[in-house]
Design a protein around this ligand. Structure first.
Ligand code: ADP
Ligand code: MG
Length: 251
């Protein structure tokens, strides 16, 4: 078995002919590793995560999950997506279902798992993120931060091999950002394999084993966080980092 959970070789993608959104991207994530992707808006971060999760077809290259190529037409996409969990900026909870129903839907319908076992795990996860008492509430009765924690629980309940997080705090009020990032930090400490796109630079520095700086659809730098944030090598990365104020997030 491959030591890499995810591996990408020479991935290229364009939405319009001749305009590459991702250009020859190669990258890998080991088991237990946390990779943070940063870069200016529009540089292709979301598209990249969506390609990893088979939500977007790719033009060139290969994507491997545990050593097996997954970007082939004959592959069972929903089976692959179970193993590659994703959380988005918008929580995408079903408004007419309780939190409990929302999180149990996919394990029941897609995975057909044992009900008692899934419910026990769901209870444990909701308790962990401090939302057990909200299990019978509807999404509209929750704050943004609470909804995003539910979305994380929903993804975890599928027991994914790797979790992709795409700017999951971007639409939250500042006071809710921390409660969500705290959950992600705990997952990292537990050894969860994650690929995280974020604009929270202090968080990136705290959580990342490796930072990838993307610009114009390509990986420009790839470094340990201490190195990248202190000594960015390229002008592009320096310029990008200069747009942030490094306030201590105290997390
Ligand atoms: P980021 O997440 O880094 O802000 P995106 O991956 O969302 O960047 O977008 C990268 C580029 O691809 C942008 O120029 C964006 O306009 C374009 N793009 C993203 N999704 C689509 C789409 N479905 N159709 C056409 N162009 C798209
Ligand atoms: Mg994006």
């Amino acid at each position: 078995m491959s030591e890499y959970v995810l591996q990408v070789e020479h991935l290229s993608k364009s939405f319009e002919k001749g305009k590459a959104v991702l250009q020859d991207v190669s990258f890998s994530v080991k088991k237990g590793e946390v990779v943070v992707i940063v870069g200016p808006s529009g540089c292709g971060k979301s598209t990249f995560l969506r390609c990893l999760n088979m939500l977007e077809p790719i033009d060139e290259g290969n994507i491997y999950l545990n050593g097996t190529v997954i970007n082939r037409k004959d592959k069972n996409v929903s089976k692959i997506r179970e193993k590659i969990g994703m959380v988005f900026q918008s929580y995408d909870l079903f408004p007419h279902m309780t939190i409990w129903k929302n999180i149990l839907l996919a394990p029941k319908l897609v995975q057909k798992r044992d009900k008692q076992e899934t419910q026990a795990q769901a209870e444990q996860l909701l308790k962990r993120v401090g939302l057990w008492e909200k299990k019978d509430a509807f999404p509209r009765q929750l704050s943004g931060g609470q909804k995003q924690r539910v979305a994380i629980v929903r993804a975890l309940l599928m027991n994914p091999e790797v979790l992709l997080l795409d700017e999951i705090t971007a639409s939250l009020d500042p006071e809710m950002v921390r409660e969500v990032l705290q959950v992600v930090l705990e997952l990292a400490k537990e050894g969860r394999t994650m690929v995280i796109v974020t604009h929270e630079m202090e968080f990136a520095r705290a959580v990342a084993d490796r930072v990838i700086f993307m610009d114009q659809g390509a990986i420009v730098e790839e470094e340990k966080p201490g190195e990248f944030f202190r000594y960015p090598k390229t002008e592009r990365a320096k310029k990008f980092l200069n747009t942030f104020h490094f306030e201590a997030l105290e997390i």
